[in-house]
Design a protein around this ligand. Structure first.
Ligand SMILES: [Zn+2]
Ligand SMILES: [Zn+2]
Length: 139
């Protein structure tokens, strides 16, 4: 289903719109996601990067080599610090949007979880979801 999706950061300096197919969402338990969200895990939604448009403000970014070996760039609001987007250098056709930045929670449908080897023992999600000890190699 295609629907115009909108979202933004906490202070509304950065706003974005997405006009395309909404891909699956996933939980990521990796250490880097824990650090960048300040929470137990990240929930990312895979979108087509060419269909996502920042319509207000500008993001700042930070690039790091992940445990997977991939070069990962994380983008955030320079005013309020809210994390918004993640890009992987090996998959430029995709952008992962932080689920909490979307205006409507109904758009988010987590389908699986990755890096469960790194999961904390004090936060639980649906244990029936397909789970991967480390990265999931198919999209
Ligand atoms: Zn902001
Ligand atoms: Zn992660």
């Amino acid at each position: 289903m295609t629907e115009l999706v909108s979202g933004g950061c906490l202070c509304s300096y950065v706003r974005y719109e997405y006009d395309g197919e909404i891909g699956s969402a996933n939980y990521c338990h990796c250490r880097d996601c824990r650090k960048t969200t300040g929470s137990a895990f990240n929930i990312g939604i895979c979108l087509q990067s060419s269909s996502l448009c920042v319509v207000a403000g500008r993001v700042k970014s930070y690039t790091k080599i992940a445990d997977s070996g991939n070069t990962i760039t994380r983008e955030f609001c320079p005013e309020c610090g809210s994390p918004l987007f993640t890009r992987a250098s090996t998959k430029p056709q995709y952008i992962w949007v932080k689920a909490g930045s979307l205006d409507e929670a109904k758009w988010i449908k987590p389908m699986y979880q990755i890096w469960t080897d790194s999961a904390v023992p004090w936060a639980y999600i649906n244990t029936k979801l397909p789970s991967f000890h480390q990265n999931r190699n198919v999209l």
